[in-house]
Write a protein of this length. Sequence first.
Length: 277
Amino acid sequence: MPELPEVETLRGDLEKEVVGRRIKTVEVSGMRAVRRHPNKKHFISKVEGRKIEGVTRRGKYLLLALGEEVLVIHLGMSGQLLKTAAKDPVAAHTHVTFTFTQGGQLRFVDPRTFGEMFAVTTEALVADVPEISEQGFDPVVDVMSWDAFGARLRARKVKLKTLLMDQRFVAGIGNIYSDEILWAAGLRNDRSSDSLSTQEVRRLYRALLETLNDAIKHRGSSLADQQYRDLYGVVGNYQSEHNVYAREGEACRRCRAPIQRSRWSQRSTFYCASCQV
């Protein structure tokens, strides 16, 4: 699933490419991608003819400002937003196509169909979409002191990986970057959040900021399936920088011990049993 660095990469691309453009027509191939609307016509009526005035991000959600409406996009497990020309071949699993008055298209491709998009009024966004309004702090956008971060940690008594992946605590982190952050901080995924020393809190916060910002600089991570691609259809580069994720059996880049893998909430988690304490 695309996480904060991938979605932030797309946000930046969209800001350059579609802000200021007016949506001429919208094509929807089925209801799965726009399932929060009663029918395709209802969704199309909310966005067709509107100008994209801005693009923001809340955690893993993209928000496109369309005047009094907001187009909310979540990529799910395999969603892609691709800038194309109208004449370009249509990829399989293309569910929504926006054609702009100035030419060109924005296509939503999603093989696994867990992604979605929907339009909601700006006034109703907070009340009607609690999964956005209840997001935790955004480590790329929000400024927080070490002391404030430590207080939030100690207020909870939960395993660190579980906490990092809790969108109500910190927005945008999933399985990949929680593993990478914890390795960078030298902390085990099963450490309790209330057990960290002041030094460990600072290491974790620094690792959180540095890992995510470095991943954004590398335009996100594309795994073996290469399902994550940026707006131009190009894969990310950060997977070559991963220190633990999907590196089971390989040498730790810090202590040379083999990277371990275990099950975590029905997923794989990767770590170094030697230098994460």
